[in-house]
Design a protein around this ligand. Structure first.
Ligand SMILES: [Zn+2]
Length: 435
């Protein structure tokens, strides 16, 4: 059996920054490990430099196939100040440092380890166990999960659930350790606002023109919020948390469940509960501004791109109306919805109890809760095939170490113990799924 920490070091040292990705050498490492354990593998690629690996352990057919999916590309490190080389794979005081240790080469190693353990046990699982190691998650998945789902859907025939990022690691609230397990994600909607007006010579200023309108729009976006919607995934999460908290935290969580109270409750909270806000309403962030290309010409047109994130089950038409209510009548509003837009608003929780049970075995006082991810993952592509994605890469992180503060940021690192424990937890899961 291979050493998951050593393999993770090896993967971190392969620079798969996306763009351009160049995931080939990382995929080769995983493939060699699976070959050694006699697990059947197959490489499928839209571009030979961006390969995807699919491995399969055949089951007896008593249960549907189970898919584990993870990506080996990573986000750039440019402009970040790291205390250790992001591609060095150094181990310092029990932590393995480097880009991708959390997102998500660490989890890919844990998944691979679990598959190898299952293969070496010689016990056929009840359902096929499939592992997809993919390219290009961090840049829309066109060469990775999207390509597999659109061009090779037969590889996932019969799959009901898949496991990928994000979830299965702790966060503390009101003295309780919760383990969010992702069951849904928001939908990405790109909005474009266009402000038109009279352009002209910069020496002849006019009031209320395009740049003034831009100022009003940006100020309104900063000050105002879209209305609260309690979607099923958020309700499940808040209800589970209410059951395991007390006092002021419990009262606040109950307030969030009341649409008319929620806005007020969020404003009153100067705590980490604010991080729940994106789970309660659609949001937009202004990201790209375009207007004017000459210092002495007042622009006749200004364009603002908004990164919009929509709660699952809502429609972009409704969200556009909510945006209109904030920005007023002046800007023209256009939008495009992410290609994987069929996010279900009604998650299938059939696998949740097993995932939760495996966490409770390692932390008996921990409370697993369903979780709506404010962002998107490759899970959305697999959801196109009718598969219910779960975010579940169990990492027993120590108190005070926050996943979200180092993921995509400088000094990404993971406790080596967490990788070893997580590998065993996923192996345990496959054995129990095997029945
Ligand atoms: Zn990721």
């Amino acid at each position: 059996m291979f050493d998951p920490v050593a393999v993770l070091q090896q993967l971190v040292r392969i620079d798969t920054t996306n763009p351009p990705g160049n995931e080939g050498p990382a995929v080769d490492v995983i493939r060699a490990l699976l070959d050694d354990a006699d697990v059947a593998t197959e490489v499928l690629a839209k571009d030979p430099d961006r390969p995807n690996l699919i491995a399969r352990i055949p089951g007896s057919g008593a249960a549907p196939p189970l898919l584990l999916q993870g990506h080996v590309d990573v986000v750039p490190t440019a402009g970040q100040r790291w205390d250790h080389d992001p591609f060095g794979g150094d181990i310092i005081d029990g932590y393995l440092w480097g880009r991708g240790t959390l997102d998500m080469k660490g989890a890919v190693v844990m998944m691979t380890h679990a598959l190898v353990a299952l293969a070496e046990s010689g016990r056929p699982p009840a359902g096929d166990i499939i592992l997809a190691v993919v390219a290009d998650e961090e840049n829309h998945g066109d060469y990775g999960a999207r390509f597999l789902v659109e061009e090779h859907p037969d590889r996932f025939d019969g799959v009901r659930y898949c496991l990928g990022e994000f979830g299965g690691f702790p966060f503390q609230l009101g003295g309780t350790t919760f383990y969010p397990i992702q069951i849904a994600e928001r939908v990405s909607v790109k909005f474009r606002l266009t402000i038109r007006g009279e352009g002209g010579h910069g020496s002849l200023p006019h009031r209320g023109g395009t740049t003034a309108q831009l100022g009003k729009v940006l100020t309104a976006l900063d000050r105002r919020r879209m209305p609260v919607h309690i979607v099923p995934a958020t309700r499940l999460m808040l209800e589970a948390m209410i059951d395991h908290t007390s006092g002021a935290v419990r009262t606040a969580l109950k307030g969030l469940l009341e649409p008319r109270m929620a806005g007020m409750t969020l404003r009153a909270l100067r705590s980490r509960l604010e991080t729940l806000e994106p789970l309660l309403r659609n949001t937009v962030s202004a990201t790209v501004l375009r207007g004017g290309d000459k210092h002495n010409v007042i622009p006749a047109e200004i364009e603002v791109t908004l990164d919009g994130r929509m709660l699952p089950g809502l429609t972009p038409e409704v969200m556009a109306d909510e945006l209109r209510a904030i920005v007023g009548p002046v800007p023209e509003i256009e939008y495009t919805v992410d290609a994987a837009s069929a996010a279900t608003s009604d998650p299938d929780l059939g696998l949740f109890d097993l995932l939760a049970d495996i966490i409770r075995k390692h932390d008996p006082s921990g409370v697993p809760v369903p979780f709506l991810l404010p962002a998107v993952t490759d899970g959305r592509w697999f959801a196109q095939l009718g598969i219910q994605p779960y975010g579940y890469t169990p990492l027993m992180l120590p108190h005070g170490f926050e996943f979200q503060s180092v993921v995509h940021a400088a000094n990404e690192r993971v406790p080596t113990d967490a990788i070893l424990t997580g590998s065993r937890m996923l192996a345990d899961l496959l054995t129990r799924y095997a029945g």
